[in-house]
Design a protein around this ligand. Structure first.
Ligand SMILES: Cc1cc2nc3c(=O)[nH]c(=O)nc-3n(C[C@H](O)[C@H](O)[C@H](O)COP(=O)(O)OP(=O)(O)OC[C@H]3O[C@@H](n4cnc5c(N)ncnc54)[C@H](O)[C@@H]3O)c2cc1C
Length: 388
């Protein structure tokens, strides 16, 4: 199986990423998984190679590559058995600053994000009480002179302990004083290093996989008004703008995971001999792997269609959402087939399958859950009544 061959414009990048990942084998990820550590050496290697600045335009020191190149990078990382969750946000959160930030903000932040001098890894949107119902969030930013004073809480703010900056969504006008519930929300760039201990508290959350996620608390945290992105009250739109890109990049990671699981399952099914023949000769073993492969290829085609539309500046909401759902389901089918093919060995840490299995499950829930994708399709693609 080599679906990267042929006319792939990113074949060279893929090969370089594969080479880089080969320096970080299973043992590296296993050890981090055990101690819930952060893959600093891996993230540094990606940063030095310029991959995390892939989408930053050249005028700001980035590689100025298209979204499909970023997707190829993330897919290869996952196909190699590595995990980009420690740093993928660095690729897409900066899109909000690039598109809606002031010239000063772009000059101040983007070149340093491109070199890795500043890490923009933390994205503070989700809250414990509002969850998916983003416009009901309760974190409040109150203007006082040249500053905003921020109070509230976020949850699942991944990588907060390993980031210098956070892109934060907070309410600047109460929900009952705006015409539309999506109004009155604003986006801020938070200097986390300055705020830590000065109104900002971070608490790690231990999860079933190694994801370095946290909850963060704001207690009269001061953010200079100069750190407001764009216009006050329009922040929800700025965040939404970046979501299709985020969904497609996560989809690419799912395709990479699916490739890893399928490759492992195929290899093992050929070498494990029982009852006098390789287990892969039994169609009961072969078919779930073949089915996961077919699912992956279909999901990948949808993703590629979305990426092409994005790069042409067309609306790719349908493909980005459906692709995200199908890529996450394909990687999960592949994970199931892989663990089942390996029998008991699938559960042994040293095979890496149980680790990847735990990691792959997330993407049916985050960054958007399957139900919310379906409700997007029902409402925006098929024109059925809005359900919430
Ligand atoms: C490991 C991890 C990392 C994350 N990283 C980040 C991050 O860095 N930054 C960030 O802001 N967020 C992050 N998230 C949050 C993630 O985006 C949310 O968990 C996800 O959007 C779902 O929200 P929720 O957990 O609040 O679930 P809820 O909104 O409480 O939903 C619970 C369930 O109900 C379903 N549901 C809700 N409403 C409806 C409806 N109207 N119709 C049908 N079904 C519905 C959902 O689909 C879901 O299955 C992360 C989450 C995890 C677990």
């Amino acid at each position: 199986m080599d679906h990267t061959a042929g006319q792939d414009p990113h074949a060279e990048i893929r090969e370089e990423v594969r080479k880089l990942c080969s320096r970080f084998p299973g043992e590296y990820w296993r050890e981090l998984d055990r101690e819930r550590g952060y893959p600093t050496a891996f993230v540094n290697a990606l940063t030095e190679a310029g991959y995390l600045g892939a989408l930053i335009p050249e005028e700001f020191g980035g590689a100025g590559l298209p979204l499909s190149a970023a997707a190829a990078i993330l897919e290869e990382i996952h196909a190699a058995g590595s995990n980009a969750a420690a740093c993928h946000a660095q690729m897409y959160i900066m899109g909000t600053i690039l598109k809606h930030g002031s010239p000063e903000q772009k000059k101040q932040y983007l070149p340093k994000i491109a070199t890795g001098e500043l890490r923009l890894q933390a994205f503070g949107v989700t809250e414990p009480t509002s969850g998916t119902d983003t416009t009901a969030l309760r974190t409040v930013a109150r203007r006082e002179g040249d500053n905003y004073i921020i109070n509230g809480q976020k949850i699942w703010t991944s990588r907060a302990e390993h980031s210098d900056l956070m892109l934060l969504l907070a309410r600047t006008t109460p929900r009952d004083q705006v015409a539309k519930r999506t109004d009155g929300l604003s986006t801020f760039i938070v200097d986390m290093k300055a705020a830590l201990g000065n109104g900002l508290t971070i608490r790690p959350i231990r999860t079933m996989m190694n994801h370095n996620t946290t909850e963060v608390f704001f207690d009269n945290m001061v953010v200079p008004a100069a750190n407001l992105v764009g216009i006050e009250g329009k922040g929800f739109r700025y965040i939404l703008d970046g979501m299709n890109a985020e969904r497609m990049l996560i989809s690419a990671e799912c395709v990479g995971d699916a490739r890893w699981f399928i490759e492992k399952a195929v290899a093992y099914s050929k070498e494990r001999v029982l009852f006098g023949r390789p287990i892969g000769q039994n169609q009961g073993v072969q078919f779930p792997i073949a089915k996961a492969y077919a699912q992956m290829r279909a999901a990948e085609a949808l993703l590629n269609k979305g990426l092409a539309k994005f790069e042409r500046g067309e609306n790719c909401g349908e493909e980005a959402n459906m692709g995200k759902m199908m890529c996450a389901e394909a990687s999960w089918s592949a994970a199931e087939a892989c663990i089942q093919t390996h029998g008991g060995f699938g559960f042994a840490e040293e095979y890496d399958i149980e680790r990847k299995y735990r990691e792959a499950r997330l993407y049916q829930v985050a960054p958007i859950s399957t139900n919310l994708v379906l409700s997007y399709v029902g409402e925006h693609v098929l024109g059925m009544p809005r359900s919430y």
